[in-house]
Ligand binder design. Structure first.
Ligand SMILES: NC(=O)c1ccc[n+]([C@@H]2O[C@H](COP(=O)([O-])OP(=O)(O)OC[C@H]3O[C@@H](n4cnc5c(N)ncnc54)[C@H](OP(=O)(O)O)[C@@H]3O)[C@@H](O)[C@H]2O)c1
Length: 257
């Protein structure tokens, strides 16, 4: 029998993270979820034998405890985000996603796994690819984003977390491989047709839509499908809902457009 895959999930009580959790369990994946409160998990996952809930504060877990939770995992998925509201946006920890990304990737590196662990980070279209590769972004939008990153802690945090993967972990790490998933404006709704893009599709001032269920679906595909992983590893794919009737909307899965 093939070995059951194991994923460590952080942010599993959030809007997108809960969907990732449900879809992973639906695929028969074993999930270890580090959460602040197990009571905030979706009720339908309670008692699932494939789910291990670890109630802890991710940023203050001892290194050896975090390594213990990471040991044997094939993938780590982060759906962390700053809780909407003044305290969540401007209060500590302002560098939640960056610190979590650093801790989790360093924890994996310390374990020196025989095959690289996949690290999948939920990010945003406000995050830039390095070297000005997101050519769709005009100079006004770049200046606006630059300001946003300095004024709004979550925006800067998301960019710095991506930079940890791009610059510190890098593309040739023997122990950690990564993908930064960039959805547009998050929406409710079921899994539907979606498209995947190397670069931006919409401007910041005319945003597109991405169902949270589609983000979860793509993250699960990354964790479980080797072809999807090899297509996108070390990249920052943009995911958007397919427009009805578009040429790329015919596939039952995410389509590379
Ligand atoms: N809103 C959008 O349209 C949009 C678009 C694109 C990308 N994004 C990005 O997508 C990500 C996820 O968004 P979402 O709306 O699904 O998230 P969300 O519902 O706000 O969930 C955030 C998650 O992070 C956890 N969290 C927050 N502060 C924490 C802390 N100090 N320690 C440990 N865990 C903490 C929350 O745990 P608790 O349940 O315990 O609070 C929750 O599980 C964010 O990074 C966001 O920037 C958002």
């Amino acid at each position: 029998m093939p070995k059951q895959q194991t994923v460590l999930l952080v942010g599993g009580t959030g809007r997108t993270g809960a969907r990732v959790l449900q879809q992973l369990l639906g695929r028969g994946i074993a999930v270890r979820a580090i959460v602040r409160s197990g009571r905030k998990l979706p009720p339908d996952v309670a008692g699932n034998p494939d789910l291990t809930v670890i109630e802890a504060s991710l940023l203050s877990l001892r290194d050896e405890d975090l390594r213990q939770h990471l040991r044997g995992c094939d993938a780590v998925i982060s759906c962390l985000g700053h809780v909407l509201g003044f305290k969540g946006i401007f209060g500590p920890p302002r560098d939640l996603v960056t610190r979590a990304t650093t801790r989790l990737t360093r924890g994996v590196e310390a374990l020196r796994p025989p095959t690289p662990v996949k690290f999948i980070l939920m990010s945003s279209v406000s995050v830039n690819r390095p070297g000005g590769l997101d050519t769709r972004r005009g100079s006004f939008e770049k200046a606006f984003l630059w300001t946003l990153c300095r004024v709004l802690p979550p925006a800067g945090d998301n960019q710095r977390a991506a930079n940890v993967l791009l610059e510190q972990v890098g593309p040739n790490n023997a122990f950690v491989q990564w993908v930064v998933v960039r959805p547009d404006s998050l929406r409710e709704g079921d899994v539907s047709e979606y498209t995947l893009h190397e670069s931006l599709v919409n401007g910041l001032f005319a945003p597109g839509s991405t169902n949270m269920a589609n983000v979860a679906h793509f993250m699960c595909e990354l964790a479980t499908d080797p072809r999807t992983w090899s297509d996108w590893k070390s990249r920052l794919p943009v995911i958007v809902n397919a427009r009805a009737g578009s040429a790329t909307a015919a596939s039952p899965r995410g389509t590379r457009a």
